[in-house]
Design a protein around this ligand. Structure first.
Ligand code: ADP
Length: 164
């Protein structure tokens, strides 16, 4: 059985992430979406539990996709899945440079781990979680940026932020 791991911080999950997850689910028998929370990104908008809950809701329609979380290194996390391939999305040249470097480090930690890249779908190349957070902060329209099911969660969180 072929297994893919789609890692990310998903703070929050966007339609760009979902596009990569959906395409990966067509290529591999099983996909594990892993919410990583070890990252250097400080003060996330959502807690890990909230991110997990949102990701679970939006991928529920894909029968071969499951959701997990990890606070460790991706290269260590991947060891538990025999022969799993990490699948990541590439938006721009800047993503490439970062991912290339990460891949070299991951190979040092876990030489068995392979990483594959899917190029971002044209309409999502501009889209990132930080764009969504910025839009939400100013009460912008989130339709077309994130899955409809989680728009209210983001609006509610942004409202709490503004009241702080
Ligand atoms: P972000 O950069 O939005 O904070 P993450 O750290 O959660 O996202 O990234 C997880 C993975 O999803 C990375 O491989 C990243 O390149 C990919 N990704 C994020 N946004 C998009 C997008 N709009 N199109 C394709 N891939 C994306």
């Amino acid at each position: 059985m072929s297994i893919a791991i789609c890692p990310g911080s998903f703070d929050p999950i966007t339609l760009g992430h979902l596009n990569i997850i959906r395409r990966t689910s067509r290529i591999f028998d099983r996909v594990v979406v892993c919410v990583m929370y070890n990252s250097s990104k400080t003060s996330p908008m959502f807690t890990v539990e909230e991110r997990l809950d949102m990701v679970r809701r939006v991928v529920a329609k894909y029968p071969n996709v499951t959701v997990d979380s990890s606070s460790g290194l991706l290269a260590e996390y991947a060891r538990q899945f025999d022969g799993a391939v990490v699948v990541k999305g590439l938006r721009a040249a800047s993503d490439f440079e970062y991912e290339f470097q990460m891949n070299l480090i991951n190979k040092k930690i876990n030489p068995e781990m392979e990483t594959m890249f899917l190029t971002s779908s044209g309409k999502y190349t501009f889209l990132s979680s930080s764009v969504v957070r910025e839009m939400a902060r100013y009460d912008g329209d989130l339709k077309g940026l994130v899955p409809d099911e989680i728009i209210d969660d983001i609006r509610e969180k942004a409202k709490q932020w503004r009241m702080r």
